[in-house]
Design a protein around this ligand. Structure first.
Ligand SMILES: Nc1nc2c(c(=O)[nH]1)N[C@H]1C(S)=C(S)[C@@H](COP(=O)(O)O)O[C@H]1N2
Ligand SMILES: [Mo]
Length: 321
């Protein structure tokens, strides 16, 4: 399935040249064994095997949210769990499904830090428990110009933040991914400044559309999608949606992010989906929806402008990309 799609978006087109070259080195080096062993399975088989290894546990008491995007065809489980960006597990789209199968997501602790009333570690299950699980169907748009519609299960980030009680001086919230090279073979390759980090302005984080996802399709989040907990901000490019979060820090300074550290000319802090601001190496005017043949026009704020445009009044969205 994924193999058929591959010619449409060639890796060399969508990845900085230096990443492409380093990736080739990587494939020729240490990871050659893992890649070779898994190559016998079809990507679909890999995704299925991964899901089975993780048990595909159903999440109880998920209620459908009125904030879901209606009227769009939801992508298949196979697309959503077999075509991923999670560079800690490799830079090819089918690497995460293959390499994250044994990723351990319990016990899991989130450390709350910075300008906040109650800093300290919180166990993942107590972190999630005070919040009702909601299904949120969202359009998702990757900066590489592909898109999907995903039925996330999550909790509103704003509710979580209220509970954590940041100090009035906190202006931004920063997130960090686990940095465990024993479990994450991709960390051996310096494609990004590890650990993966992202940030939001406080009002963006408090917006009702921002969620922390813990599942999809009514089930526990598969490892390749960022288990046990990841950020989802549907009006921004996918890279904002940091996976497998272990630290949340409140700060008064605009945080650096992994993508901005690796290439500030190409990836800005805001990362709002904006069809009129092209990536330096490709157009952002259209996108390929997985499972569709024709390209679609990309919508301002990924189609969520009515809800989020007011966050950016007065901000020059060409300069602040
Ligand atoms: N830790 C971490 N989070 C990450 C990434 C990553 O490489 N590492 N990739 C990002 C990118 S570029 C995208 S498009 C989305 C993909 O999420 P999905 O695989 O669940 O569709 O995850 C984002 N979060
Ligand atoms: Mo992305």
């Amino acid at each position: 399935m994924l193999l058929r799609k591959a010619p449409d978006v060639r890796y060399s087109e969508i990845t900085p040249r230096e990443l492409y070259l380093r990736r080739r080195e990587f494939l020729q080096g240490a990871a050659g064994v893992a890649v070779g062993a898994a190559a016998a399975l079809s990507p679909l088989g890999v995704a299925r095997a991964g899901a089975q290894a993780q048990g595909r546990a159903k999440l109880p008491n998920v209620k459908k949210s009125p904030l879901s995007t209606a009227g769009e065809k939801i992508n298949s489980y196979e697309d959503i769990t077999g075509y991923n960006n999670f560079y800690e597990f490799g830079t090819d789209k089918d690497d995460p499904a293959r390499n994250a199968q044994k990723f351990v997501t319990r016990p899991w602790t989130i450390n709350v830090e910075g300008l906040v009333k109650t800093p300290g570690p919180i166990d993942i299950d107590s972190f999630i428990k005070p919040h009702a699980l909601e299904e949120r169907v969202y359009r998702m748009r990757c900066v590489e110009a592909w898109s999907m519609v995903i039925p996330w299960v999550g909790i509103p980030l704003g509710d979580v933040i209220k509970r954590l009680a940041p100090l009035p001086t906190a202006k931004y919230v920063e997130f960090f991914t686990l940095n465990d090279s024993k479990q994450m073979p991709g960390l051996r390759v310096p494609v990004l400044d590890w650990p993966y980090r992202e940030g939001l302005r406080m009002d963006e984080a408090m917006h009702p559309l921002s969620i922390l996802a813990v599942g999809l399709y009514g089930e526990v989040l598969p490892n390749q999608n960022g288990a046990p907990i990841r950020l989802v901000v549907p009006w921004k490019y996918g890279f904002k949606g940091i996976k497998s979060i272990v630290r949340i820090r409140f700060t008064d300074k605009q945080p650096r992010t992994s993508w901005d550290l690796s290439n500030p000319r190409e990836y800005g802090f805001y990362a709002n989906v904006n069809p009129s601001v092209d990536h330096p190496r490709w157009s952002q005017g259209s996108e390929r929806r997985l499972g569709e043949f024709f390209r679609r026009k990309t919508l301002m704020f990924n189609g969520y402008g009515d809800q989020v445009a007011s966050l950016y009044t007065g901000l020059d969205l060409r300069r602040n990309y």
